[in-house]
Design a protein around this ligand. Structure first.
Ligand SMILES: Nc1nc2c(c(=O)[nH]1)N[C@H]1C(S)=C(S)[C@@H](COP(=O)(O)OP(=O)(O)OC[C@H]3O[C@@H](n4cnc5c(=O)[nH]c(N)nc54)[C@H](O)[C@@H]3O)O[C@H]1N2
Ligand SMILES: Nc1nc2c(c(=O)[nH]1)N[C@H]1C(S)=C(S)[C@@H](COP(=O)(O)OP(=O)(O)OC[C@H]3O[C@@H](n4cnc5c(=O)[nH]c(N)nc54)[C@H](O)[C@@H]3O)O[C@H]1N2
Ligand code: SF4
Ligand SMILES: [Mo]
Length: 915
């Protein structure tokens, strides 16, 4: 194997059918599952888990298994646009280049910026980093990873001297204790959760602790749940370190050999009252549970603490990550199988972005501006003398600089900052006023397009070629299997075409992503010498020199990949050596801080924001699958029943949250697993799907001083019922969907794609009877009113429109009430069913009752589309376990993500359940 790394021979470990066209990697979460697709001409007709991929070994979650349902030309961006006019690529690229050049000529290199995304492929990311920092000469290139991983990155760098995740997925399976801190793994990394769950079933001694202010589905496998007061995690982990010290569970040998900073760290910990009672009080936990957690952690060596946004998205996120790392170092719980502080990445290629240096404080290939010799090395490698000499603005600062007029042009790729950045309404306003906003995007419904001057249609998953790196440093290929739709081009191609127009042709002379990857791999190994102290852990020089065929066949492999590790590396720091000046890992003092967004009399609730199982971020892709839309169809607010009662709010009613920069409207879900004094809203909804449901208008742009990561988990809001006299459900046939806009005059609206139709939930003032619905129907909907019925006493109305016996629209109006489930109606809109509806079905449609089929209720199992009522009925019929329900209805038998919800229903219906 000696010459393998230099000749670029691919590692001998082959994943078998990886060469076959049809094997690729999932574009959603950081688990990075391998996907096998069935190609049917120019479409993908089915997807399945890739058995040979080390991340998932054949499994897929519901989002992965619905991938093929989100493809197709409709809804895609197909042509470039400049100032609202469709243009050819030549014009669009000329305009990008000439406008960028003009702004730089007048205002200097740093007057332009780029804002990227962990959803770009590594090759796209590499080209962007090289273009902006290397040739446009601006340091202001940042990425949405700032909102996601920045605190974890900062803490790893401070402690280990490198942004290197020490663990691999097997560690979760080999651990004796797994601590999930601020991670809802069951919903957000479902396949990894399934692996953990299976490992726990195999090893009855394994324990799982969940630390999260609200009860999540991840608690399903928890032996211990700590419903911590929001923002108090640093106090919790500092207390753990004190406990380890007091109970003599500190590994002094490991500390002495491999670390520095323990004494100062401990001193800081003991500045506070470290009794269990004091910590329990501050974290609002039961003392016994707290002690159990501390005891388990202190007495086990093989402990993995897996942490995510509940830790990172904080104004002291870096310190929280640090407090966790401190405990692992003090116990020597790292560099071993089943041990380590494991920051899990969210996006499919958040890690790839970190590798190329896409964050504004990084330069390239794990080198920072202040890394000795780095600027000269990278300048020589790129053959450019334009490199900036100091870090650029981090995301929030970058957008502030746009608002001040200091940055006059921004190129946004594969991210939707008008939805995902805090104080989203302000972000949208300032972008609208920015002289040049260039957007590279795949989907026509992305809200960012509202503020774009130049729109560049990009290819997306299954159309583009490149690599992604998952949470365990595993590099996998995404493969281009389908032709580009319309005029769409690859992101790297768009950028190289612009680079050529700017006069940088020689440096961007790539014909294929394989050439970009090769350059990236070579840079990672340049002057990278562990023996001589100039050591960067990120080294994939062993993958340099791959030709196209070898690149195409590249099997998943974990970095570093170099002469010392030609087959890749599962676990880092096994020898206790770290790439710091002293070779030792650092413990750092942490002084716990409370969230900075202040509660007040008008905004008394702590606002938690996060994800739901079946949606991906701003929903541009996942909302295209009716199956995924059925799990949570509308924006919602989760509240504790007692807080709801105080505010006069009932289950299912519409409520308004008021926060830092605006209002959010959603439906109340009352949950005992929600802490008192807190509300939870999903981060997903935006103007494309609902009137006022951007979670980020509620969040103030307060960031961690070290990492620049926003405090997205700790907003401050007030809650009130939304005054409205009526609610209406309107369903229109798919073919009419684009032509009908029923939202005028509504206090609330939500748009819910169904399989054959589009559903609208509407609400407004005044009382139902005072609104002239017949006139409204005539104004808003096509064709005749074929049938209607009204119940004036109750203020109800039902109507529908049919043309030649086929259903065009269906409307139900009434006072605010619990909504019926309407999935059965979707089938009545099926365009393939060419037979006019019979009289009985029409009557049932008018009555709003299911035609023949049973109304199954809101969908619980997305894979098999099994609804809540059907499950409850089966439970009442005696199917009293998850397995029995699976055998009867198939629910929970595919990806397994709904099993916690099935258990919750079992608990509701049965007095006693064997779980
Ligand atoms: N279905 C789905 N999966 C996804 C994504 C998606 O959009 N949809 N996005 C991907 C991305 S980019 C990311 S970054 C990951 C994120 O994955 P996670 O971090 O698991 O996701 P979140 O739901 O944002 O937050 C996790 C948990 O933190 C808890 N939390 C809030 N405040 C605190 C606190 O003060 N302390 C503690 N200990 N916990 C707290 C929340 O209640 C929540 O349950 O998910 C990835 N996977
Ligand atoms: N309040 C609150 N805010 C949050 C969070 C939270 O928990 N709470 N989480 C934060 C986190 S962790 C993250 S990661 C962000 C995510 O937030 P965003 O990055 O804004 O969300 P996405 O919807 O994933 O945006 C990706 C966009 O890229 C497009 N796209 C997909 N593939 C490609 C491609 O190949 N090329 C191009 N050019 N475009 C493509 C998609 O259509 C989509 O519009 O949100 C952050 N914001
Ligand atoms: S777990 Fe993540 S990577 Fe795997 S299929 Fe689901 S969304 Fe895709
Ligand atoms: Mo993320």
């Amino acid at each position: 194997m000696t010459d393998a790394p230099h000749t670029g021979t691919i590692p001998s470990r082959d994943i078998g059918d990886a060469r076959r066209p049809g094997s690729t990697t999932c574009p959603y979460c950081g688990v990075g599952c391998g996907v096998r697709v069935t190609l049917d001409g120019d479409t993908i007709s089915a997807v399945a888990g890739e058995e040979r991929h080390p991340a998932n070994q054949g499994r897929l979650c519901v989002k992965g298994s619905a991938l093929h349902e989100t493809l197709g030309q409709s809804g895609r961006l197909l042509e470039p646009r400049v100032d609202g006019h469709t243009v050819g690529w030549g014009t669009a690229l000329d305009q990008v280049a000439s406008r960028l050049r003009a702004i730089q000529n007048a205002h200097g290199p740093a007057s332009v910026a780029g804002y990227l995304s962990g959803q770009l492929l590594t090759e796209d990311y590499y080209v962007a980093n090289k273009l902006f920092k290397g040739f446009l000469g601006t340091p202001h290139l940042d990425t949405n990873s700032r909102l996601c991983m920045a605190s974890a990155v900062a803490a790893y760098k401070r402690s280990f001297g490198a942004d290197a995740v020490p663990c691999c997925y097997e560690d979760l399976e080999q651990a004796e204790l797994v601590v999930l801190a601020g991670s809802n793994l069951a919903w957000n990394h479902p396949v990894l959760y399934q692996r953990l769950k299976a490992a726990k079933a195999r090893n009855p001694l394994m324990r799982v602790v969940v630390i999260d202010p609200r009860v999540t589905d991840s608690c399903d496998i928890a032996d211990l749940y700590l419903g911590i007061a929001p923002g108090s995690d640093a106090r919790l982990f500092n207390g753990l370190l004190a406990f380890m010290q007091r109970t003599h569970r500190v590994d002094h040998t490991y500390l002495a050999r491999h670390t520095e900073g323990f004494e100062e760290t401990l001193d800081a910990v003991f500045e506070d009252d470290t009794t269990l009672e004091a910590i329990a009080a501050e974290c609002d936990l039961d003392t016994e549970r707290l002690e159990t957690f501390y005891y388990w952690f202190a007495t086990h060596l093989h402990v993995v603490t897996l942490y995510s946004q509940g830790i990172n998205q904080s104004s002291s996120g870096t310190d929280k990550c640090q407090a966790i790392i401190n405990c692992h170092l003090a116990g020597g719980k790292l560099g071993l199988p089943g041990a380590g502080p494991f920051s899990i990445t969210g996006q499919p290629n958040a890690m790839g972005g970190r590798e190329v240096g896409g964050l504004a404080n990084q330069l390239a290939a794990h080198m920072d501006y202040h890394t000795p010799g780095a600027i000269e090395r990278v300048s020589a490698f790129w053959q450019s003398d334009a490199l900036p000499t100091a870090p650029g603005y981090k995301a929030i600062e970058l957008f502030d600089a746009i608002e001040r007029g200091e940055i006059l042009a921004v190129w946004i790729m594969a991210t939707n900052p008008v939805v995902s950045l805090p104080d989203a309404a302000r972000i949208k306003r300032l972008l609208a006023e920015c002289p040049l906003v260039i957007v590279s995007e795949c989907m026509a419904n992305a809200e960012i397009l509202d503020v774009a001057d130049i729109v560049l249609p990009a290819t997306g998953w299954s159309e583009k070629d490149g690599t992604v790196t998952n949470s365990e440093r595993c590099i996998s290929r995404q493969r281009g299997l389908l032709p580009a739709p319309g005029e769409a081009r690859h992101d790297w191609q768009i950028m190289t075409d612009v680079a050529c127009r700017l006069g940088f042709a020689e440096a961007f002379d790539y014909a294929h992503p394989a050439e970009i990857f090769d350059e990236h791999a070579r840079l990672s190994g340049l002057d990278n010498d562990r023996a001589h102290g100039d050591w960067r852990v990120f080294d994939i020089s062993g993958l340099g020199g791959l030709d196209r065929e070898a690149y195409d066949a590249l099997a998943p492999i974990r970095w570093p990949v170099n002469a010392a590790h030609p087959e890749g590396t599962d676990r880092l720091f096994a020898d206790g050596r770290f790439p710091t000046a002293s070779g030792r890992a650092r413990l750092l003092p942490v002084r716990p801080q409370a969230p900075q967004q202040a509660l007040s009399a008008s905004r008394p609730l702590r606002l938690n924001t996060g994800r739901v199982r079946d949606q991906w971020h701003t929903m541009t892709r996942t909302a295209r699958s009716a199956r995924l839309m059925n799990h949570r169809a509308e924006p919602f607010v989760e509240l504790h029943p007692e807080d709801a009662a105080v505010a006069g709010i009932q289950e299912g009613r519409l409520v308004a949250l008021t926060g830092a920069g605006g209002q959010y409207l959603g439906r109340a879900r009352l949950k005992r697993g929600q802490r008192r004094g807190e509300a939870f809203v999903p981060m997903h909804w935006n103007n494309a799907f609902s009137g006022r449901a951007r979670a980020n208008v509620l969040i103030a742009p307060i960031v961690d001083a070290i990492s620049g990561q926003p405090e997205s988990k700790h907003g401050a809001v007030g809650v009130q019922p939304l005054p409205h006299g009526w609610e209406a459900t309107l369903i229109v046939a798919g073919a009419l969907a684009e032509s009908i806009t029923p939202t005028e005059g509504c206090a609330y609206w939500s748009r819910i794609p169904m399989e054959h139709a589009l559903r609208w939930q509407l609400a407004g003032q005044p009382e139902t009877r005072a609104r002239d619905w017949m006139a409204w129907i005539k104004r808003t909907l096509p064709g005749p009113i074929s049938q209607w019925s009204t119940d004036d006493a109750r203020g109800r109305l039902r109507a529908s429109g049919l043309i030649e016996g086929r259903l065009q629209w269906w409307l139900m109006v009434g006072p605010p009430a619990e909504l019926p489930s309407l999935n059965w109606l979707d089938a009545c809109f099926s365009p393939t069913d060419d037979v006019p509806l019979d009289a009985a079905t029409r009557r049932r449609i008018l009555a709003g009752a299911a035609s023949g089929a049973v109304d199954e209720g809101p969908v619980v199992c997305s894979c098999h589309q099994v609804g809540q009522y059907a499950i409850q009925a089966a439970i009442r019929d005696g199917h009293r376990s998850v397995e029995a329900l699976g055998a009867k209805l198939a629910c929970g038998t595919q990806c397994g993500s709904c099993q916690p919800e099935l258990k919750a229903l079992l608990e509701e219906v049965c007095d006693h359940v064997e779980l």
